[in-house]
Design a protein around this ligand. Sequence first.
Ligand code: AMP
Ligand code: MG
Length: 329
Amino acid sequence: MQTTYLKVSPTHPEKDVLRIAADCITSGGLVVFPTETVYGLGADVFRPDSVKNIYIAKGRPSDNPLIAHIADISQLEILSREIPRTAYLLAESFWGGPLTMILKKRPRVPDAVTAGLDTVAVRLPSNSVANMLLSLAGSPVAAPSANLSGSPSPTSFEHAKSDMDARVDIIIDGGSAEIGVESTVVDLTADVPTILRPGAITREDIAEICGECVYGGDYSGAPKCPGMKYKHYGPKATVFAFEDFDFTPPAEDGAAVINYEKYRQSDNFYSAGDNDSDYAARLFYLLRKADEDNIKTLYAVLPEDKGIGVAVRNRLLKAAAGKVIRRSI
Ligand code: AMP
Ligand code: MG
């Protein structure tokens, strides 16, 4: 497949250019586009054959559901038949933004989008390119992250291109994803709002609006959706996560360290920046850079378990497949 590249301004995207991408989606094609979290790989929610092509392009198992992206809150009712008041309150506070809500789905939402579940995941982004594309497409767009299944999510056009070239119709270059980790997924069909995947919107943020909010999924050990059992974010390098900020890695060839700038040490030092938001924005970029630099062993510092650090820890622990170097006493 010949992939077309379209470049737009990240903040003031050219409408005539995005119309080409929107027309591609409405006529059944696949389009990679930037969002504020990571790059997404989109198809029209109501074209099951196109949605199935997303799974083929990613090599994604078909029991891992997708997120439906909308341009306007009014589109929520196209997708869901039971929308609790908390959904509207959360939308008012955090949409457009990095929050995905799980709601009961309408029967017309294809099984290809929800992997056969009776719930649908919905998000309204804040990224200008994503928003204009979604509104020109006129229909909700099903879009997981635009990486090959198992790889770190792409946060730049170059990384999206390296995974999706020749697999999709169009890749839009709209700059880097500002946040860098995927959206917070909150299940509003449970008795208490339940976070299935941590992201930039925190448990405390949601509890402030809904009164309460708990962690589920990965945290409780009982996956709410089948997709949670799969390998995630794995670079080719072996990843070790470490707790001690001033940990010094063993001297070995092909090793590199990710740590905050103020702990800069060895030659193969990959800076996580100055704070946890910087770290989130750089994490997936650095995991991919390690592969580009032929790094064999990557030691990555774990942020503190608060704010967006919760999401960075979650992705790192998955990338490390549980290999953690604990704090020395
Ligand atoms: P991605 O955007 O690639 O991170 O993939 C979407 C993620 O959203 C999936 O891996 C699931 O964790 C989550 N998700 C999508 N739909 C549902 C659903 N109906 N129930 C629970 N989680 C979902
Ligand atoms: Mg993904």
